[in-house]
Design a binder for this molecule. Structure first.
Ligand SMILES: Nc1ncnc2c1ncn2[C@@H]1O[C@H](COP(=O)(O)OP(=O)(O)O)[C@@H](O)[C@H]1O
Ligand SMILES: [Mg+2]
Length: 248
């Protein structure tokens, strides 16, 4: 798996939202995008997956130019809600069911994933009966069940409180470290980006450009008290603050 998005441009209602955004992701990498809210991050993902068209640039997947990543990627949206009328297990099975691939192998794979995400005792419960953290774990399991090498996650933990978010970050780490997925994730949490990422793209305020690319390069698992970690965190927060001030 290798993904290159090059010089992606997009206007909405005549106003530029993406002004030449380039992002790369290699096999097994965990790459994040941080940027001020409303700068165009979700729009960038929407272009990648083909939910919306772009006005310029190209997407190259495995060395092949593609229109978009439809069928090549498992996407977890910013407000990725579980279907309330389905049990947890049947939510996790949504991908294979849509793809017409529901069989015993898939079912046992889903059970394994539920166990990994510590949800095995809740398989037959409905989303309304579960905590926010459980629902997000189930949504991650569901994303994995799509069986794609590439995952696009749009602020997967943003609906959670700070403590639950910290607890769930190890599950995000597992997506690349244990399951071997290539992950492109949007987050507004700079610490989260620094904990998980091989590379961080800092987006500017609207219209989005890549303001800075950071090769993080620290061993995982990382400590939020590490000197380089703290330095990078201050730098990125400073840059985001500048963008917010310039942008409004
Ligand atoms: N459906 C839409 N129609 C018109 N403009 C939109 C639409 N969605 C988003 N935008 C514009 O695009 C900008 C970027 O939105 P979005 O990509 O959702 O930002 P982010 O995910 O970085 O918070 C917004 O500030 C808004 O002005
Ligand atoms: Mg967004």
């Amino acid at each position: 798996m290798k993904l290159i998005a090059r010089d992606i441009r997009k206007k909405m209602d005549g106003l530029p939202v993406l002004e030449g955004v380039s992002v790369e992701l290699d096999e097994g990498e965990f790459v994040t995008i941080v940027g001020p809210s409303g700068c165009g991050k979700t729009t960038f993902f929407n272009v990648l997956i083909g939910l919306t068209s772009c006005d310029g640039g190209e997407i190259v997947y495995e060395g092949r130019k593609v229109e978009n990543l439809r069928g090549l990627v498992a996407y977890m949206q910013q407000r990725d809600l579980l279907l309330p009328w389905r049990t947890l297990l049947r939510n996790v099975l949504l991908g294979p069911e849509i793809q017409g691939k529901l069989d015993d192998g898939v079912l046992s794979r889903a059970r394994e994933l539920l166990s990994f995400f510590r949800l095995d005792n809740f398989a037959d419960m409905y989303p309304a009966q579960l905590s926010g953290g459980m629902k997000q774990r189930a949504a991650l399991a569901r994303t994995l069940m799509f069986g794609k090498e590439l995952l696009l996650l749009d602020e997967p933990l943003s609906a959670l409180d700070a403590i639950t978010r910290r607890k769930l970050q190890s599950y995000l780490m597992a997506l690349s470290e244990r399951f071997g997925k290539s992950v492109l994730m949007i987050t507004h949490d700079v610490e989260e980006a620094l904990l998980l990422s091989d590379r961080i793209y800092v987006f500017s305020a609207l219209p989005a450009r890549v303001r800075r690319v950071i090769e993080v390069g620290m061993e995982k698992p990382r400590s939020i008290a590490d000197k380089r970690f703290l330095e990078l965190k201050e730098e990125i927060l400073g840059e985001l603050l500048e963008e917010v001030q310039n942008g409004s």
